[in-house]
Design a protein around this ligand. Structure first.
Ligand code: ZN
Length: 236
C-alpha cells in the first residue's frame, strides 16, 4: 500500500504537465500577478489601434513582460505620487504581430487623420514609427502613460493617437505616428512637456530608457533577453 502511494506520487512527479494556453516561457509573467494596481489598456488586442482590428497573436488584452521588467515597472508605479497610476498600452509583443504590422504598412500609401495624419502608411517603417523587428518581442519593452485617479484630472482626447485613455496630457495620444510624438518635440504646451519629462524621469529611475521618437515607449536597460525575439501568443 505504502509503496503503491509512493509509486503514484513518484509517477506524478515524473510525468510532465500538459501544456496549457496560459503557460508562459520561463522568465515571463503576467503583469497583473506582479502588480494588479497598474492599469492595462492593451490596444492591439482590440480595434482601437492603427490597424483598426486586433493584431495577430493577441488572444487576450493582457500585459505580459519578463519578470525583471514587470518588477521594475511595479517600482515605478509605487514611486508615483498618490492619486496617479500607470496605464500600459502594449507590453510583450509576439513576432507574428510585428510581421502583421509590416504587412499592413505595405498595403496602402494613404495617411490616416487619427493615427498618422502627416506620414503615409508605406513610409511608417522607413521613418521609424513602426519596426520591422521590435524590442517589444524581447519582453522588456513597454508602452505606457500616467493616469490621474481622479477623472477630473484627465484631459480631453488628443487630436492624434489613442482616444479615451484617461491619461494626463502628453500632447498626443499613444501611437500617434507623427513627429509631434518625439519625446523632445518643440513647441509643446508647457503641461504636456512637463508630463513627458515626469514619465521619462520616473522610468529612468528604475532602469528604463525612452525611445526618442515615442514619448510612451521604454526598454529596460538590463533586459534579460537582449537578443531573443519571442513569438508565443498573448494569452490570459
Ligand atoms: Zn512601443
Amino acid at each position: 500500500m505504502r509503496n503503491g502511494i509512493f509509486g503514484a506520487v513518484l509517477a506524478s512527479l515524473l510525468v510532465p504537465l500538459p501544456a496549457t494556453a496560459s503557460e508562459l516561457p520561463a522568465g515571463f509573467v503576467r503583469l497583473r500577478d506582479v502588480d494588479p494596481e497598474i492599469r492595462q489598456d492593451i490596444r492591439y488586442a482590440g480595434s482601437a489601434n492603427f490597424l483598426k482590428r486586433p493584431a495577430k497573436g493577441y488572444d487576450a488584452p493582457v500585459c505580459i513582460l519578463t519578470r525583471k521588467a514587470a518588477e521594475a515597472l511595479s517600482r515605478v508605479q509605487k514611486s508615483l505620487d498618490p492619486g496617479f497610476t500607470l496605464v500600459v498600452f502594449d507590453c510583450y509583443r509576439p513576432d507574428r504581430a510585428v510581421k502583421d504590422f509590416a504587412n499592413w504598412v505595405g498595403q496602402s500609401k494613404q495617411k490616416d487623420p487619427l493615427w498618422h495624419p502627416n506620414v503615409r502608411r508605406r513610409d511608417l517603417i522607413r521613418q521609424g514609427y513602426i519596426a520591422s523587428r521590435s524590442g517589444h518581442s524581447r519582453g522588456s519593452t513597454v508602452d505606457l502613460a500616467i493616469v490621474p485617479l481622479d477623472p477630473a484630472g484627465k484631459t480631453a482626447n488628443p487630436s492624434c493617437g489613442a482616444q479615451d485613455t484617461g491619461s494626463l496630457d502628453f500632447a498626443t495620444g499613444f501611437d500617434c505616428l507623427d513627429p509631434k510624438s518625439r519625446t523632445a518635440y518643440s513647441p509643446l504646451p508647457k503641461e504636456a512637456a512637463a508630463n513627458r519629462r515626469l514619465l521619462v524621469e520616473a522610468m529612468k529611475a528604475e532602469g528604463f530608457r525612452n525611445y526618442s521618437k515615442e514619448w510612451w515607449h521604454f526598454t529596460l536597460n538590463e533586459e534579460p533577453f537582449p537578443k531573443r525575439y519571442f513569438d508565443f501568443p498573448v494569452t490570459d
